[in-house]
Design a protein around this ligand. Sequence first.
Ligand code: ATP
Length: 247
Amino acid sequence: MSGTALLRVESLEARYGGVRALSAVDLSVSEGEIVALVGSNGAGKTTVLKAVSNLLPAERGHVTAGRIVYDGRDVFRTSTDALVRGGLVGVLEGRHCFRALSVEENLVTGGLGRGSNRAAIRSDLARIYGIFPRLLQKRRAAAGLISGGEQQMVAIGRALMGRPRLLVLDEPSMGLAPQVVAEIFRTLERLNRDEGLTILVAEQNVTVALRHADRAVVLENGRSVLTGAAADLRARDDIKAFYLGAG
Ligand code: ATP
């Protein structure tokens, strides 16, 4: 975990109509890091991640101050599609899958943006099945009929088909059993370690997030109030007390 910042969020403020969602958010993610964005329900995590992918306008959200720079590009002047092509790929909250499509068809949709040919898609699929062997067994099943954990794997696998440099995940643990959450986070850590994939992950499950991240940023009421090495934050009693029961 080192190197230059791949993503920088500076003094970000955002609102939805009259509702102020973010009032002062600063964070950075360096190449090769796993950074966790933690905070309770409504703290603003999803809003930060949507801003990072320039998705707020589609949600009637407005950035009222601050800036976000990804790989030298001003995010607010770059379309979401262009960001994806530049390697910034998001996995939204709620593991959006095309429920009527098969697991494999869902994965293939993730590779289409790059205009890959069949051979490239086939080799990318083989790679994803190597990462998530369960998806190989279920490849012909309708995505709407597999378990929540498997759907999360499909959502992540689909994002990986876009060969991201920075993978942005919103609450991958949501609604999943602890063993499945552990499996997903172990996979993310392996991708980070073996392939240098940089990861920004928003989590309410602070225990899990701090166990797997290099650094964490704590968000409270739309403000980033604390940032530090995950190992240091894990040791802090006030953090533990604040989030007791959240993990
Ligand atoms: P959660 O874990 O529940 O997703 P969060 O930390 O991701 O919480 P956000 O979803 O970013 O928080 O919400 C931040 C604030 O913005 C909250 O007060 C929320 O009610 C408000 N908010 C979020 N989306 C909208 C929207 N589309 N319209 C109006 N207010 C919104």
